[in-house]
Design a protein around this ligand. Structure first.
Ligand SMILES: CC(=O)N[C@H]1[C@@H](OP(=O)(O)OP(=O)(O)OC[C@H]2O[C@@H](n3ccc(=O)[nH]c3=O)[C@H](O)[C@@H]2O)O[C@H](CO)[C@@H](O)[C@@H]1O[C@H](C)C(=O)N[C@@H](C)C(=O)N[C@H](CCC(=O)O)C(=O)O
Ligand SMILES: Nc1ncnc2c1ncn2[C@@H]1O[C@H](COP(=O)(O)OP(=O)(O)OP(=O)(O)O)[C@@H](O)[C@H]1O
Length: 486
């Protein structure tokens, strides 16, 4: 295997066989290669002793560090451990992404929804599928949690290999900009690259919108240039980046949106008791689409999922038949209470654009007032807070709170949001549970309550301590106590 890489220095005893490849010393098992990665927080080179203690027999590093007893292990020095890791991992797992249709979904909002819609539609059409993203790793119906939206390369290859072993027809990767920039999917053979939209987010990491835009574009570059292969880019025709991303790839672009020229074009959207209905015009004809999902943004998400599967070879007619059975995604415009009390929705909106879109999707349903809970916390872009509050000002009443405040002073979080408020019909309550209770208390039976930011998540981080917290459970328990038993 080492013949795949350029070795600068080789020392000690190189083992004839290895049992796996690891970048985290805590996960190393006997016989593994430990590859040292220089991270944002710590340097993997500092954990070589721990890796050896756990049984690593070969260390791949950029530099020599510490005293290593080379009697029983080997040490290989290379120029770039990230690139070497990618090369070795794909070889070790026997290139699993080349045996199934591999789909990458990127964009500021909608990645989870589009990825899960593709997955669910495939299962509904009788195919085998896997998806890895914010909600974890779903292999057909089985589920394992993951740490990131886009996992590290070692985990991605491990998941892809499980999917390939289960003979999945496709694997879908939710692609965050961090994941793309850090090479967490290097070498993955994408067949279809999907773009949802781009708006203000993650500038604490990328610094400028231009760099953020470039980061997302890496997914289209990763389709490669090999025109012997059948590959597609699926791009939102209504987004201003349509032309930029279309020009990154030599492969055919399938567009979707409300624009006249889109290949998958929606029209005549109406809300129904069950969700929504719209007309979808496609290269295979026009179809009525009925869905349990709500909000115009979900029309986009459904079109992105259907266009991706059309690229993969599915019949639009068959997809139109199964879309009504695709369930709402956990924590995304999830209705958790309804008449006789106020209707309450939980939504993972955590960007200015998502807040605006989530509110817009409810405005036509409201008979009384729209009450919104917004919040934020440490470890996320702080600069977006006033913009989120500005968008939330469209609601009749706004409750500003925290979400995973971490080590940041609560008053600072609240005042950042306050800066963006366009009216004074708001209240600031630091404790998230109390804030949700206040929203529900304030709401009358005709009012709509939208609780944003936490969505599906089930913990609250205060200081360095995580405690259980579910917005959905808080609403349901409150309703149970307040509503008279029948
Ligand atoms: C800032 C950032 O992106 N950090 C990511 C990065 O970690 P890092 O560079 O800090 O790694 P590190 O902790 O310094 O460790 C360096 C190396 O030492 C190793 N190590 C470390 C400790 C130890 O005891 N032993 C050991 O061997 C580590 O395994 C690693 O190989 O690489 C890790 C593996 O890929 C990620 O899990 C981690 O995500 C952290 C947890 C994170 O919060 N990231 C956020 C910003 C993120 O990536 N978000 C995106 C988008 C979310 C969205 O769209 O909303 C995501 O994809 O999740
Ligand atoms: N196509 C869309 N356009 C704008 N907003 C959207 C769209 N789809 C979803 N949203 C909003 O964004 C929120 C998050 O949706 P989703 O989880 O699908 O996005 P995401 O890109 O995966 O987010 P993250 O990367 O943070 O996990 C939703 O709860 C909704 O408010």
């Amino acid at each position: 295997m080492l013949n795949l890489i350029k070795i600068r220095t080789e020392k000690g005893n190189i083992p004839p066989e290895i049992t796996g490849i690891q970048t985290d010393s805590r996960k190393v098992e006997p016989g593994n290669i430990f590859v040292c990665m220089t991270g944002h927080t710590v340097d993997g080179h500092d954990f070589i002793s721990q890796a050896i203690g756990n049984g690593a027999t070969l260390i791949i590093a950029k530099k020599e560090s510490g005293l290593i007893d080379l009697d029983h292990i080997g040490l290989v020095l290379v120029k770039d451990t990230v690139k070497v890791l990618a090369r070795l991992l794909h070889h070790y797992w026997r290139y699993p992404t080349s045996s199934m249709t591999t789909i990458g979904v990127t964009g500021t909002n909608g990645k989870t929804t589009v990825s899960h819609l593709i997955h669910e539609l495939m299962l509904l059409m009788g195919e085998r599928s896997a998806v890895a993203g914010t909600l974890g790793f779903h292999l057909n119906d089985a589920h394992t949690p993951t740490a990131n939206t886009t996992s590290d390369l070692t985990s991605n290859l491990n998941m892809a290999s499980q999917a390939a072993e289960q003979e999945c027809d496709a694997m879908i990767f939710e692609m965050s900009s961090h994941g793309l920039v850090q090479g967490r999917v290097w070498g993955i053979e994408f067949d279809i690259a999907v773009f949802t939209n781009l708006s203000y987010e993650h500038l604490e990491y990328h610094q400028t919108m231009e760099k953020y835009e470039q980061a997302k574009g890496l997914l289209f570059a990763q389709l490669g240039q090999d025109l012997r292969k059948e590959k597609y880019a699926v791009i939102n025709a209504d987004d201003p980046r349509f032309h930029t991303y279309s020009s990154v790839t030599p492969f055919e672009v399938i567009s979707y949106g409300f624009s006249e020229h889109a290949d998958f074009r929606a029209s005549d959207m109406i809300s129904t008791e069950e969700g929504m209905e719209f007309m979808l015009h496609t290269p295979q004809g026009s179809f009525t689409i009925r869905t349990q999902l709500i909000g115009t943004f979900n029309v986009y998400n459904i079109m992105a999922a259907m266009a991706s599967l059309y690229a993969k070879g599915a019949e639009v007619k068959e997809m139109a038949r199964v879309v009504p059975f695709a369930k709402r995604i956990r924590g995304r415009m999830e209705k958790v209470s309804s008449a006789p009390s106020s209707e309450t929705y939980i939504d993972y909106a955590h960007t200015p654009d998502a807040i605006e879109k989530a509110m817009d999707s409810l405005l036509h349903l409201k008979k009384g007032r729209l009450i919104i809970v917004i919040g934020g916390g440490d470890f996320r872009d702080h600069t977006k807070r006033p913009m989120m509050a500005e968008k939330a000002s469209k609601a009749d009443y706004v409750i500003i709170t925290t979400n995973n405040p971490g080590y940041e002073p609560v008053d600072k979080i609240l005042s950042d949001f306050q800066e963006g408020m366009l009216h004074n019909r708001y209240r600031m309550i630091g404790d998230r549970k109390e804030a949700i209770h206040h929203a529900l208390e304030y709401a009358g039976p005709d009012d709509l309550v939208l609780v944003t930011d936490k969505g599906h998540q089930t913990t609250q981080l205060v200081g360095g301590t995580k405690t259980p917290h579910s917005d959905k459970q808080i609403v349901m328990e409150y309703m149970k106590q307040k509503l008279p038993m029948k």
